[in-house]
Design a binder for this molecule. Structure first.
Ligand code: XCC
Ligand code: SF4
Length: 625
C-alpha cells in the first residue's frame, strides 16, 4: 500500500534538512522518515510494553482475554522486566565506552602506544585524590596505575559502591542505601538485571524497577563518569571556544570526512591524521583545498568540545549529511549509527568505514583500530577519503546553507574558572533569582517528532523564564542551529539571564558535551547541593529529553530521577501497559527518591511544569520565587 508523501516541512524545523529530504526523494534514496512510515502503525502490545519474548513457552502478549503469560507473569511484571532490560542496554553502552577509555589509559601507562598521551596530568591527580588514592610525592605513572585499577574494579563485584559516589551528597547516599539502590559494580548491576528478568526470578514490578534505577546509577556515577573524566585526562579538559554547525560545515572545495558515533578514541586519531602535512599535500595535489573533519552525534560533540571541530548535525542529520553528495568518508565507532548509512553511502562515492570489532556494519570497510598503531591506521583511513575525492560527482553536490557560529567547551572546570575559581557566583545568581534555576536538555532526535521542534522549543521557553539551559548530546546541534549557543543568544532570554550571562560573555544555553558527559551535569548538581548543604532533590533544577529514542537516553533519564532530578520526557517509554510501573514513574518515585518523571509533548506546557517545580524548590530553600 503506498502512503501519502509527508511534506518535508512537517518532518523537521530546519531548512538544510528539508532541502536534503527533498533531494533524497528526487534521487530515490530512502531515509528514516520513509522507514517509519513503512513501520506504522506499530504493534500495540509492544508499544504498551506487554509483549514478552523472554522464553520459548511464549512469546506472550497480555490482553483482557489473556491477562497472564504462559508462566503466569502479568502485565506489571512483563513491563518492568522489559524496561529493566532496556535500561541495562543503555547502561551497558555508556559503560562499555567508559571501559574503553580505561584500556587506552592502560596502553599509555604500559608504554604500548605513543599515539595517546596523558594530556591533563593535573586532572588525573585530582581524580585520584577524589577516589582516595594517595597522591602526595608519587610519580604520575604510579598514581595513574592505581586510578586505572580503581576504575577497572568499579566494573566488578568486589566493591560496596562505585568510586565516584565520593561526589554524592550524604543525604542522597542514605536514600539509596535504604532503598537498596546503591550502585555496587557497573557490570554487576547490568548482569544482575539480566538475571532478575529471566523467567522465574524477580516477579515484583516495583522491586525490578528499583534495580533498574540502581543499574542506571552505575552508569551515571560509574561508567559514564569514568568515560568523561578519562577522556579529559587523555584528550584534555574542554575550555570555551568557538566553532560552527549545520550542513554548511561540509565544504565543496575540501575532502570531507564525517566522524560519527560516541567515543573520541578513534575520531581524535582521524583528526590528527587529517592534519598530517603529507596527507594535506596529497589532498591538495588532487585539487582539494584541505581536509575537513566534521562531527555527527556524540563523537562530534567530543571533538567539538575539545578540538573545536565543526558539527554537521545530530541524529536525524546523519543520513542527510551524506545526501549533500560532498562527503568522502563517514568514519564510525559505535552507538546511534543507523545501519542505513551503509546504503546511503552506497548511493554516492562516500566510503563508509567502521573501526570497532564490537560495531561492524555489513558492507562497510573495516578497520580494527587498537591503541598501539591507531594513528597509522587513521592515516590509511584518511587516504581512502582522499582517493574518494577524485570520484566525487560534482553535479550531485548540494550544500544547502552557510554554517552558524556556536560556542562550546563548558566543562565544570571551565565554568568554575569563568566564575573566578568557585561556584559561589552561580549560587549567588540563583539565590538572587537572576537565574531562577537550571534544566539540562539532553538526548536525541526521533522521527516520530518533528526534528528539533521540541529540543529548540523547550530551550527557548526556559531561558525566557530565566531558567538556564545546559545542553548535551544531539540537543547541542539543535540549540546551535537555533542561535542559542552564542553569547548573542541572550536576546532570546529573560532579564536575569541577559544580565548574568551577558556580563560573563556566555550563551544562555551551555554546551556541556556528549551524552556520557551528562555525568558532568551530575557532578555539577552534586557540587551545588554540597555547597548549600542540601540534597540534589532540594535544588531548583530539572532535566529533559524531549525527542529521545535510545536505551541510553532511558538510562540517563532514570539516573537523573534516582539522583533527585525532576525529569521530563517528550513521549513515554514502552511502559503504559502497566499501571503499577507507570504510576511509579510519574508519581510514586517522588516519595522514594524525591523526584519523578513527567511526560508532556508540548514545549510550552513542559516549561510551565518546570517553572512550577522550580518555584516550589526555591521556596523550600527560602529563596524568592
Ligand atoms: Fe541520542 Fe545521545 Fe544518540 Fe544523539 S548521539 S541520538 S543517544 S543523543 Ni549521543
Ligand atoms: Fe511468556 Fe513468561 Fe516466557 Fe515471558 S517468560 S515469554 S511471559 S512464558
Amino acid at each position: 500500500m503506498s502512503k501519502e508523501v509527508i511534506p518535508a516541512s512537517d518532518l523537521t524545523i530546519w531548512d538544510d534538512a528539508q532541502a536534503m529530504i527533498e533531494k533524497a526523494r528526487s534521487e530515490g534514496i530512502e531515509t528514516a522518515h520513509d522507514r517509519l512510515q513503512q513501520q506504522t502503525p506499530h504493534c500495540k502490545f509492544c508499544e504498551m510494553g506487554t509483549t514478552c519474548t523472554n522464553c520459548t513457552m511464549g512469546p506472550c502478549r497480555i490482553s483482557k482475554k489473556a491477562p497472564r503469560g504462559v508462566c503466569g507473569a502479568d502485565a506489571d511484571v512483563i513491563v518492568a522486566r522489559n524496561f529493566g532490560r532496556f535500561v541495562a542496554g543503555g547502561s551497558a553502552g555508556h559503560s562499555d565506552h567508559g571501559r574503553d577509555l580505561i584500556e587506552v589509559l592502560e596502553a599509555i601507562l604500559e608504554g604500548e602506544t605513543q599515539d595517546y598521551k596523558i594530556v591533563d596530568e593535573a586532572k588525573l591527580i585530582r581524580l585520584a585524590g577524589e577516589v582516595g588514592i594517595e597522591t602526595e610525592g608519587r610519580p604520575v605513572k604510579d598514581i595513574g596505575h592505581d586510578l586505572m585499577d580503581c576504575f577497572f574494579a568499579d566494573f566488578g563485584s568486589r566493591k560496596k559502591e562505585v568510586s565516584f559516589l565520593s561526589r554524592v551528597p550524604q543525604k542522597r547516599k542514605d536514600i539509596w542505601a535504604k532503598l537498596g539502590m546503591t550502585p555496587r559494580g557497573i557490570d554487576r548491576e547490568i548482569a544482575e538485571m539480566m538475571h532478575r528478568t529471566h523467567m522465574g526470578c524477580d516477579n515484583d514490578a516495583v522491586n525490578t524497577m528499583v534495580h533498574a534505577a540502581r543499574t542506571s546509577l552505575s552508569d551515571g556515577w560509574g561508567g559514564s563518569m569514568i568515560g568523561t573524566e578519562l577522556s579529559d585526562v587523555i584528550f584534555g579538559t574542554p575550555k570555551p571556544s568557538m566553532s560552527t554547525a549545520n550542513l554548511g560545515v561540509i565544504k565543496k572545495e575540501k575532502v570531507n570526512i564525517l566522524v560519527h558515533g560516541h567515543n573520541p578514541v578513534v575520531s581524535e586519531m582521524i583528526l590528527a591524521a587529517a592534519r598530517d602535512p603529507e596527507l594535506v599535500a596529497k589532498a591538495k595535489a588532487l585539487g582539494a583545498e584541505d581536509i575537513n573533519v566534521a562531527g555527527l552525534c556524540c563523537t562530534g560533540n567530543e571533538l567539538l568540545m575539545r578540538q573545536g571541530i565543526p558539527m554537521a548535525g545530530n541524529h536525524l542529520m546523519t543520513e542527510l549529511a551524506i545526501i549533500t553528495g560532498a562527503v568522502e568518508a563517514v568514519v564510525v565507532d559505535y552507538q546511534c549509527i543507523m545501519p542505513s548509512l551503509v546504503q546511503v553511502s552506497g548511493c554516492y562515492h562516500t566510503k563508509f568505514i567502521d573501526t570497532a570489532n564490537k560495531a561492524r556494519f555489513t558492507g562497510a570497510i573495516h578497520f580494527d583500530i587498537q591503541p598501539a598503531d591507531a594513528l597509522e591506521q587513521a592515516k590509511k583511513i584518511v587516504e581512502i577519503a582522499i582517493d574518494a575525492y577524485a570520484e566525487r560527482d560534482a553535479s550531485r553536490v548540494d550544500i544547502p546553507c552557510e554554517p552558524v557560529d556556536i560556542m562550546t567547551g563548558f566543562s565544570n572546570e571551565a565554568v568554575i574558572e569563568a566564575l573566578g575559581g568557585s561556584l559561589d557566583p552561580l549560587v549567588e545568581a540563583i539565590a538572587s533569582g537572576a537565574i531562577r534555576g537550571a534544566v539540562a536538555i539532553v538526548g536525541c532526535n526521533n522521527p516520530k517528532v518533528k526534528q528539533d521542534s521540541l529540543n529548540v522549543g523547550l530551550a527557548k521557553e526556559l531561558i525566557k523564564r530565566d531558567i538556564l539551559v545546559i545542553a548535551t548530546g544531539c540537543v547541542t546541534t539543535a540549540a546551535g542551529k537555533a542561535g542559542l549557543l552564542v553569547p548573542g543568544g541572550i536576546e532570546m532570554a529573560g532579564p536575569g539571564i541577559q544580565k548574568v550571562c551577558g556580563s560573563l560573555g556566555i550563551p544562555p544555553v551551555l554546551h556541556y558535551g556528549s551524552c556520557v558527559d551528562n555525568s558532568r551535569v551530575l557532578q555539577l548538581v552534586a557540587a551545588l547541593a554540597n555547597t548549600l548543604g542540601v540534597d540534589i532533590s532540594d535544588l531548583p533544577v530539572g532535566a529533559s529529553s524531549p525527542e529521545w529514542y535510545s536505551e541510553k537516553a532511558a538510562a540517563i533519564g532514570l539516573y537523573a530521577v534516582a539522583s533527585g532530578v525532576y525529569t521530563h520526557l517528550g513521549h513515554p517509554p514502552h511502559i503504559l501497559g502497566s499501571e503499577v510501573v507507570t504510576n511509579l514513574a510519574v508519581d510514586g518515585l517522588e516519595d522514594l527518591v524525591g523526584a519523578t518523571f513527567f511526560i508532556e509533548p508540548d514545549p510550552v506546557k513542559t516549561a510551565e511544569m518546570f517553572d512550577v517545580r522550580i518555584r516550589a524548590k526555591r521556596k523550600g530553600l527560602g529563596l524568592p520565587e
